[in-house]
Write a protein that binds this ligand. Structure first.
Ligand SMILES: C[S@@+](CC[C@H](N)C(=O)[O-])C[C@H]1O[C@@H](n2cnc3c(N)ncnc32)[C@H](O)[C@@H]1O
Length: 499
C-alpha cells in the first residue's frame, strides 16, 4: 500500500464535498436550528465549518480540531474568510486526547457539533499497525465484554460519536455527523440503553458511493440532547432532501426495532412457537466433506475421484441453491459422519470401510480446522447435527443472502437432503406440513412481521434469532391455518426429536 493510501485509510481522510456540507447545514437551518457555537471535532480542511458559518448567521464561536496540521492550515484560512466576526479556535489536536468537556464548557449555547469522523474500523487500523483509536480502557465502558475480549470490531467514528454524546449531555446541543448507517444505529442503541437524554434523533440517508466512492450505507445522523426525558424513536428519511419519514426506528425492551409501525401492527405474532429454527451442518472442510457425483463415483473439492458407500452420504444444498431457485435441487453430496453431536465416529470403520479410509486419508485436512469447537471431539466431528438434520422435508432460508424467501426442501434419491451451515431451516415430516409452513412464511403478513426487525444494510440481515421471533402458531391463527398446523403438530409429537 502506498504511503498516501495508508494515510487515507488510517485517518479516514475523505473530505466532505462542499455541496454536501452545505446541504446538511441548510437542512438543519430549515428545522429552526440557530447555533451560537459550531464545533467540528475532526474538521479536516474545514468544509463543514465554512458551510455552517455561511448558513447560520448567529455563530459566535467556531471550533475545529484535526490531527493533520496541513488540513488545519487550510481550514484556518477558509474559515477566517467567512468568519462573520465569530471567535475562531482552529488547531491541530488528537480527538482522543482532547479535553472536549473543558473545551465546550466555555462555549455559548446552543451548540452545533457537526462533521464527518473517520470511517475506519479498529480491525483495519490493526492490520496497518495504526494506533489511531481510543484507548481500549476508554472504549470498554461502551462495549463491555465484547471490547474486553477484543471480539468487538468497531468503527473509530462510533467511538468518536459516543464520546461526543457524552460531552454534549445536559447542554442545549445538536450533533449532526456523517457516518455509516450501521454506526448510527449502534450509537443510538448505546445511547438509549445507557439512558442518555435525547430529545430527537433523525437518520438522513446519503449516497456514499456518489459522495465518497464508498460502497456502504451511510447517513447524516442528527441527535439533539434533552434536558428532560428521552425519546426512544429515530425517524429515518430517504435523503437529505426528504422531510417525510420513511420509517421509524425504536428502542423497545432492550432491542432496536427497524420499523416501529410494522412492529405495532404485528407484535401479537411475536413469541416462541412450537417450531424451532435450526442451522445446517457445520464441517468447515468443504474440500473433503462435499462431493459431486461423477459416473457412479464421487469427486471431492481436491479433484480426487473417490468411491464411497452411500451410508454416510447425503444430498446437500448450500445457501446459493436455496436463494437462487424456487425448487432447489441438490447437485452435491455431503459426508455426514455423525447423526448427533459427539457421536462415536469409530463405528464408521465397520459400517462403511471405504468412507472410513477416505476420512482417515484426509484426516490432516480435518485436523487442520481452525475452530476450537472441533478440539477434544471424536475424529471427523461435525456440528449442527441432530435428528432434525435428517427430517425428510424442510423449509429453508439462506442466511447469506439479503432476501426473505423460504423454500421447500424435498427428499432426493430416497434420502433426506441436508443443508450446510449457511442455511436455516424448520424440520418437517411431510410435504403438506412443509408446504403449509413455507406458504405462511412467504405470506406478506410474515414478511411484514420480519420487516419490523430487519436492517437490510446489515452484513447478515437474516439470522436465526430473527426467524425464531415469529410464533408460527400465532401466524397460522392470523392466516386461518391453525387447525392444519395443529394437526401436523399432533403427528409430530409422535417424533418430537425431529423438531
Ligand atoms: C472523513 S475526514 C472528514 C474531514 C472533515 N470533517 C470533513 O467533513 O470534510 C476525517 C478527518 O478526521 C481526521 N482525523 C482522523 N483521526 C483523527 C484523530 N484521532 N483526531 C483528530 N482528527 C482525526 C482526518 O485527518 C480527516 O481530516
Amino acid at each position: 500500500m502506498s504511503a498516501k493510501n495508508r494515510h487515507i485509510q488510517e485517518f479516514g481522510d475523505f473530505q466532505t464535498p462542499t455541496q454536501l456540507a452545505r446541504k446538511a447545514c441548510l437542512l438543519l437551518s430549515k428545522q429552526g436550528l440557530t447555533p451560537a457555537s459550531v464545533v467540528e471535532p475532526t474538521c479536516g480542511v474545514g468544509n463543514f465549518l465554512v458551510a455552517a458559518l455561511e448558513t447560520f448567521s448567529g455563530i459566535k464561536n467556531t471550533v475545529g480540531i484535526d490531527v493533520n496540521s496541513q488540513h488545519i492550515d487550510r481550514a484556518r484560512v477558509a474559515v477566517e474568510a467567512v468568519g462573520n466576526g465569530s471567535e475562531i479556535d482552529i488547531r491541530q489536536g488528537n480527538f482522543f486526547t482532547t479535553d472536549w468537556r473543558c473545551l465546550v464548557e466555555s462555549l455559548p449555547e446552543p451548540l452545533l457539533i457537526i462533521g464527518n469522523p473517520p470511517w475506519v474500523t479498529n480491525a483495519a487500523l490493526g492490520s496497518i499497525g495504526s494506533s489511531n483509536a481510543p484507548q481500549k480502557s476508554n472504549f470498554q465502558k461502551y462495549r463491555g465484554l465484547d471490547a474486553i475480549t477484543g471480539k468487538s470490531n468497531f468503527d473509530i467514528s462510533e467511538a468518536m460519536l459516543l464520546e461526543t454524546l457524552d460531552w454534549m449531555a445536559g447542554k442545549r446541543a445538536t450533533m449532526a455527523m456523517l457516518c455509516k448507517t450501521a454506526v448510527a444505529r449502534k450509537v443510538l442503541t448505546h445511547a438509549w440503553k445507557n439512558e442518555y437524554r435525547l430529545a430527537a434523533a433523525d437518520i438522513y440517508r446519503i449516497d456514499a458511493m456518489a459522495q465518497f466512492g464508498a460502497a456502504t450505507d451511510a447517513c447524516l445522523l442528527v441527535v439533539t440532547a434533552s434536558s428532560a426525558k428521552t425519546n426512544f424513536d429515530c425517524r429515518v428519511h430517504d435523503s437529505l432532501d426528504e422531510s417525510s419519514v420513511s420509517s421509524v426506528l425504536r428502542y423497545s425492551d432492550g432491542r432496536l426495532l427497524a420499523d416501529a409501525a410494522a412492529y405495532e401492527t404485528w407484535k401479537h405474532l411475536e413469541g416462541n412457537g412450537w417450531y424451532k429454527w435450526r442451522s445446517g451442518i457445520k464441517h468447515d472442510c468443504a474440500k473433503v466433506m462435499e462431493l459431486r457425483k461423477l459416473n457412479g463415483k464421487y469427486q471431492n473439492g481436491l479433484s480426487e475421484i473417490v468411491s464411497l458407500e452411500s451410508d454416510y452420504l447425503y444430498p446437500m444444498l448450500k445457501s446459493s441453491d436455496i436463494a437462487n431457485s424456487p425448487n432447489p435441487h441438490p447437485s452435491r453430496f455431503m459426508v455426514v459422519p455423525q447423526t448427533f453431536l459427539g457421536e462415536d465416529t469409530g463405528l464408521i470403520k465397520e459400517h462403511a470401510p471405504k468412507t472410513w479410509e477416505y476420512l482417515e486419508s484426509h484426516a490432516d485436512f480435518l485436523e487442520r480446522r481452525a475452530s476450537s469447537i472441533y478440539r477434544n471431539r471424536p475424529p471427523f466431528s461435525i456440528f449442527g447435527v441432530g435428528k432434525y438434520s435428517f427430517a425428510p422435508w424442510k423449509v429453508a432460508i439462506s442466511g447469506f443472502y439479503k432476501s426473505l424467501r423460504f423454500r421447500i426442501v424435498c427428499p432426493s434419491a430416497g434420502k433426506p437432503v441436508v443443508l450446510d451451515d449457511t442455511c436455516y431451516f424448520i424440520a418437517c415430516q411431510t410435504q403438506e406440513e412443509a408446504a403449509c409452513i413455507a406458504e405462511m412464511l412467504n405470506n406478506e403478513v410474515a414478511q411484514k412481521f420480519f420487516s419490523a426487525f430487519i436492517f437490510w444494510d446489515a452484513k447478515r440481515p437474516v439470522t436465526i434469532e430473527l426467524l425464531q421471533r415469529l410464533d408460527l402458531l400465532a401466524l397460522a391463527k392470523e392466516l386461518g391455518k391453525d387447525n392444519r398446523l395443529m394437526s401436523y403438530r399432533n403427528s409430530n409429537t409422535q417424533q418430537p426429536s425431529l423438531l
